[in-house]
Ligand binder design. Structure first.
Ligand code: PDD
Length: 286
């Protein structure tokens, strides 16, 4: 499996970084996960734009132009054994010669890219929905930045997995925020609801696509704060992410969501999403 590290393409298991890398010491870095279907990256421009926003947000100059990023990503995905992939890129503030919190001067960033087989939800999960656990959002207040500081997300996801759930859904001050690695939508009386993309959540690329598909298809939609009570009485609850697309939640804390089976709008949205994605990543036969 080919990876890219700081100017070199090499087998992933030969890639090495310094223990003084600020990604390792301070989680001082940004990342993106770009889904690839039929060897075509999906919505890559939007991912590169969000990477730019994260880098701007943490004061780290982007080491590459979008054109160079595209080339590097293309090379790594082309070398993969899989047609459908989760392409991962990470930029950190690099490795200084000492451990010091403040930004080092004149240190080159670390740039890393690798790709794995895309692990999508199973047919049964799509059909029947998944279990979710509600948890208190214990993260910092820059959840809009896609940084590698993911320990809170990791611990909350693990808490969910330990009780047989597929995702942890977070609440802050009595309001829904998002999943440990997904955004959350709910349907209430035929209206699609999702929290605003402020500093409390990551502005998901799939969240944005779902909002566009809702708009295009005339689905009434409100982007506003969602209370815990609204979430618990929702007719439908969905997770969205680049790897899960639109995935229904059938139980929350062991209680049925709506009727306990995925609802009609979620099914419809998943179909619209898939049709859009298939159109965008269609292999052109030559
Ligand atoms: N996570 N919220 C959080 C906290 C996330 O980590 C993610 C994605 C999302 C959804 O964003 P998008 O639709 O752009 O994938 C929302 C990726 C997939 C990950 O960390 O693996």
């Amino acid at each position: 499996m080919t990876a890219y590290l700081n100017g070199q393409f090499l087998p992933l298991d030969e890639a090495r970084i310094s223990p003084l890398d600020r990604g390792f010491l301070f989680a001082d870095g940004a990342y993106e996960v770009v889904p690839v279907y039929q060897r075509r990256p999906f919505l890559v421009e939007a991912h590169l734009q969000r990477l730019q926003r994260t880098l701007d947000g943490i004061g780290l100059p982007n080491p590459h132009t979008f054109a160079v990023w595209r080339e590097l990503l293309q090379r790594v995905l082309a070398d993969s054994a899989f047609d459908d992939q989760a392409l991962y890129l990470q930029v950190t503030r690099g490795a200084d010669s000492k451990r010091e919190h403040a930004f080092p001067s004149a240190v080159a960033p670390t740039v890393f890219i690798c790709s794995h087989a895309l692990v999508s939800p199973s047919a049964a999960q799509r059909e029947l929905g998944v279990a979710a656990l509600s948890v208190a959002d214990s993260r910092w207040l820059h959840c809009d930045l896609k940084t590698v500081a993911l320990l809170a997300n990791v611990l909350l996801r693990q808490q969910a997995v330990a009780v047989g759930c597929a995702e942890a859904i977070m609440l802050r001050d009595g309001l829904l925020t998002e999943g440990a690695s997904s955004n959350v939508f709910l349907v209430s009386d035929g209206v699609l609801l999702t929290p605003p993309a402020d500093q409390r959540i990551l502005a998901g690329i799939s969240r944005q696509l779902v909002l566009e598909l809702a708009d295009r298809n005339g689905v009434p939609c409100e982007i506003r704060d969602v209370s815990e009570a609204e979430m618990r009485s929702a007719d439908e609850l969905w997770l969205t992410s680049s790897t899960r697309e639109v995935l229904p939640v059938s139980t929350l804390d062991g209680q049925a969501v709506g009727s306990g089976v995925p609802g009609p709008l979620g099914r419809q949205m998943a179909a619209w999403y898939r049709a859009y994605r298939e159109q965008a990543t269609r292999r052109v036969d030559v």
